[in-house]
Unconditional design. Sequence first.
Lengths: 760, 179
Amino acid sequence: MTKASRWAWIVSLVAVTGAGLVLVFLLSLATNSRGLYEQHYVWLFWVNVVVAGLLLLVIGIAGVRLLVRVRRGKFGSRLLLRLAAVFAMVGVVPGLLIYTVSYQFVSRSIETWFDVKVEGALDAGLSLGRATLDAQVNDLATKTRLAAERLSDTANPVPTLALERLREQLSAQEVTLLGANGQVLLTVGRITTAFSPDRPSTTQLRQVRSARVMSQLEGLDEDSVAASNAARVRALAYMPSNSFSLGAQDRFLMVTQMLPTSMVTNALSVQAAYREYQQRALARDGLRRMYIGTLTLTLVLAVFGALLLAVTLGNQLARPLLVLAEGVRQVARGDLTRKQVFASRDELSGLTRSFADMTEQLSEARSLVQRSLAQLEAARTNLQTILDNLTAGVIVFDRDGHIDTVNPGATRILRLPVSAYRGRLLSEVPGLQDFAAAVAQRFELHRSSPEAGERDHWQDAFDLQTTAANGRENDKITLLVRGASMPHAGQLMVFDDITEVVSAQRAEAWSEVARRLAHEIKNPLTPIQLSAERLQHKLESKLEGLDQAMLVRSVGTIVNQVQAMKTLVNEFRDYARLPAARPRALDLNALVSEVLTLYATAQESGRLSAELTPELPTILGDTTQLRQVIHNLVQNALDAVAERPEGWVRLRTEIARTDHGEIRAVRLQVLDNGPGFSEKVLKRAFEPYVTTKTKGTGLGLAVVKKIADEHGARIRLANLTAGGVEGAPVTGAQVSLSFSKFAPADSTPAVVANTEARAH
Amino acid sequence: MRVWTMLALCLLMLVGSPVARAEPITLDSFELARTDEGLVLSFSARFDLSRTVEDALLKGVPLFFVAQADVFRDRWYWRDKEVNSVTRTWRLAYQPLTRKYRVTFGGLSQHYDSLPEALSAVSRTINWKLADPPMLDDGRHYVEFSYQLDTTQMPRPMQIGIGGQADWALRIERVRRLN
């Protein structure tokens, strides 16, 4: 309901109530005064009843609506109900009280009006009046009879004078002589136009004949004021005729005497009062009912008015509170939209305004918090991504030493499921006990006595030997660990796998040693050989027999050994400093074929075979170095199967293609069915001095690796297993070289130059 | 309307009152005659006043007796047309001073010494003209007649006090069709 229509309703209801009350007032007047209001009593009454009915309807509807809302639990209906009840009670209870008192008052007081004594007094007054009038009547009757008897003695006809004298004696208004039939014979007196002498009826005449005299009051009507003037006593007396003549008729004497005005007035007033009183007494029930009815109707209208006001006022009062309460509920639910402000001129509107402001501030604060959270979340996600993608391992310990966070790098480096041990100590991870102890010790050392130059972190290298999942031991890895303290007494550990770095450094070191050694040793070798040859040259002709043989043998030995040492030193030097590769387009197949010519015997015996894929693309490579590679590999393979009667070595070239069919690399494979590589050797085969052979320098594969690196080729060692399944028994070894540097399309393959074959 | 009002008043004031019953009042004679002067009615009613009414009368309450006659003409297409309606009212009052019963009819008043005389004076009429000849020309006519003790002319509080009491309900009705 809009505000305007609501106001219209209220105003109309108030108007109706007011009209009803005014009518009630009129009604109350009507019971009191007669005349105009009495005539309208009925319709006044009915209008009041209609108004009361209307109000009852309205109140009934409002009450039912309120109760339904309470039943349904609509918000604020209970408050409204309470307010309405309170207001209604305030309006109704005093009204009821007054009604009860008035009811009693009306009933009692009406009763007291009609006192017995008053009635008695009126009765007495009436009797008094009646007695007085009767006395007058009787008096006149007696006098008239006496007069009639006297007159009957006088002569017939009666002289007028006598009648006149009689009239004056009786102080009567009129004296009339009537005949037997009542006809007027003679009359004296003042005749006014107000009345004329009535002819007595025949019954009256007959009555008089028997009773001699009859008198009555006349003209005593209570209606008009003129009655008091017209009241008279009329006496009729029978005049017996004293002559016995025939034709003598009865005569009657009629005397009319006026009653004194004052007496009449008094008597009439007493009668009137008596009549009034009796009417009232008879009507007192009705009167009481009228009063009570008016009272009840007033009560009803007042009560309804109060109820209506109660509901309306309650509504007015409750609305701002309800607005407020609704707002609070919304806030509690988390809805922080703009709240309604109630516009009125009292403190409640200020309250609603403050509440709306507070809600707005809350809303702003919340959105601020949400923005900050979002930013925080973004930053955190950023950091998390960085942490996850670090190659270094990060482990965070809390203040008790339990693992707090582990990044994927740590798991990868350690090759252990460290993240599963989150919340536990590092020493609980199998295989990391020593490492954990060492780390803890180092942390303690740092905390108690930090070394010079280390302020907030320490750095150290640890060796770690872990066991793989299948029980075999992993290789030893070297970790560079850096530790620092975190805020809240936590500890941070960052480590890197520097095994390969160490290994590379080691290779580098060896390489340097080798070069130096080679250089130092090589120098004296030539003079030694020359001296020995000179000795032989000089002394061979001078000695004979055994001495000569011994000389030759000895010098030969010296020369051979020196040669061997030279070779060794050369190999060292080669390893240390490979000559620069001169890459040229070459056909791998052609090179392989050329090298294999040197192993003709092995080929013929079936131990060595070649499977060369034709139409190999030309690759870029140094012929000399690649020749050496092939030599080394083939020799290794042949040495591996030397003990086996069924041993074979296969040399294979093939083209490796990508998923789309393009040429990716040219692969050279050397396979044998020897004992294969052991785990240890597999890992460190390319390191210098790693060998399974009893003789040799152990530099062969190292050189191969170096050459491969020069060419940008990839070399891989693997074991052949039965059926190609991992874990099955080893049936042989395989070395693969993949060359991916191809010669430009238009270059011709280099002529295979014939150089010294280097045997390994 | 009068009976409705009385009933409603009684209900509202929580006074149950018995439904009004008609006191035995009879019409001794009821004669309609069509003369040169028009339609004339002569009737006489006979009844006894109950104790309450007589008491009220002796205490000075005036009684009103009303005779009403309505002449209707039949009409098939609508309500019957009322040709003429005449009323006669008698006022009967007791005068405690003179102990006489005064009957007022129109402007005339008469005194009677006893109640029966007075009652007979108020309850009969001779040659009461109901309608003029011109009004009775067309159609069929009938007369609705009622004679009752009229309480509406009494003072209001008395009326309410009486309510619908059976003692005060004196009424007789008659419908006669003209031939």
